[in-house]
Write a protein that binds this ligand. Structure first.
Ligand SMILES: NC(=O)c1ccc[n+]([C@@H]2O[C@H](COP(=O)([O-])OP(=O)(O)OC[C@H]3O[C@@H](n4cnc5c(N)ncnc54)[C@H](O)[C@@H]3O)[C@@H](O)[C@H]2O)c1
Length: 193
């Protein structure tokens, strides 16, 4: 039972073939939104489309690496053409690297920053022109609530969550798009089991 409507809205939820993204997209679909999502491989996208079908959602899936600006621009252009201009973007795609800082390679940290921080910038940049054209839009960056509690043994990944929150204060939030940060406690998705 939903107490609000997203009827007529087009939502892009990144990395949403399963996990939290799938849950968010399913709830949006229940509220009436048309769902677009992407993932890294055709196999993941096909599995995602099948999972949405199982719950009665006709989702539009795209193979796209959110760290690759050319791929993201091409995906958004395709969505504009095939589905329509995006009203809601959820920057959900992310990496959870549960490693203490001293055990993490710099390249691993760069990868986390690329997916968790640079990608929301890249995808938002691709989507905001359409939102400006429409005169409205919502961008939601998924973070973790724990980011506010930094303990001495804290995983190094928490740094990117601080940075993700800082994104909402960047100038791209001006006028057409409203940028929010959604936080949550640990959710037991397949990866964490
Ligand atoms: N599960 C948790 O408790 C938890 C904790 C902290 C933060 N988060 C954040 O919540 C979000 C979702 O978490 P989840 O547990 O569902 O993760 P998950 O690993 O289950 O799913 C993430 C999805 O993103 C996709 N993805 C990863 N890199 C990508 C890329 N470069 N391009 C496109 N897609 C890519 C993956 O293939 C996967 O489908 C992430 O941003 C994660 O950092 C989750």
């Amino acid at each position: 039972m939903v107490n609000f409507s997203l009827e007529g809205k087009i939502a892009l939820v990144t990395g949403a073939s399963y996990g939290i993204g799938f849950g968010i997209a399913s709830a949006y679909a229940e509220a009436g939104a048309t769902i677009c999502f992407n993932d890294l491989s055709q196999e993941k996208v096909d599995k995602g489309i099948a999972a949405y079908k199982e719950i009665g959602v006709d989702a539009h899936g795209y193979v796209c690496d959110v760290t690759d600006e050319a791929q993201v621009q091409a995906m958004v252009a395709k969505i504009n053409e095939e589905v329509g201009i995006i009203d809601i973007l959820v920057n959900n795609a992310g990496i959870i690297m549960r490693k203490p800082m001293l055990e993490m390679e710099a390249d691993e940290f760069r990868k986390v920053i690329d997916v968790d921080l640079n990608a929301p910038f890249i995808v938002s940049k691709a989507v905001i022109p359409g939102m400006k054209e429409k005169g409205h839009g919502k961008i939601i960056n998924i973070c973790i609530k724990r980011r506010k509690i930094v303990r001495s043994e804290e995983k190094s990944a928490s740094g990117n969550e601080h940075a993700k929150e800082a994104c909402k204060r960047k100038p791209c939030a001006q006028k057409a798009a409203c940028i929010m940060v959604a936080t949550h406690k640990t959710v037991s998705t397949n990866k964490l089991k």
